[in-house]
Design a protein around this ligand. Structure first.
Ligand SMILES: [Zn+2]
Length: 110
């Protein structure tokens, strides 16, 4: 996979993971917050806390793993093994498709 793919999955996974965990905490504490207004509801979403927390943590781990993977992947910039040609006469780097060296005029091999 490309570095950008890892980055995308990493960011989406991390964001979703944090969202799920925050949602899980909200579900867990929903009753306490609402209890000052409505006292008849008993943890209406608390059953979602566990699955949300687990999936949130899994997503977070996957997301951070992908971000780490993207960081470990080849760094941005000129790719290694860039196609250039060096003049055999004067040693300067010239365009890969030139027939003659623009600096010293020597005929360059293909
Ligand atoms: Zn040259």
């Amino acid at each position: 996979m490309e570095k950008s793919d890892w980055m995308l999955i990493g960011y989406v996974g991390t964001a979703l993971g944090i969202l799920f965990i925050v949602g899980a905490l909200f579900c867990y504490s929903y009753f306490e917050i609402r209890s000052f207004i409505i006292t008849v509801m008993i943890y209406p979403y608390r059953e979602y806390t566990g699955p949300l927390l687990i999936s949130g943590m899994v997503l977070l781990v996957i997301g951070l793993g992908c971000l780490w993977r993207a960081k470990e992947a080849a760094p941005l910039g000129p790719p290694a093994g860039k196609i250039t040609k060096v003049c055999t006469s004067c040693g300067r780097v010239v365009a890969p498709d030139v027939k003659f060296c623009p600096y010293c005029g020597k005929v360059l091999p293909e």
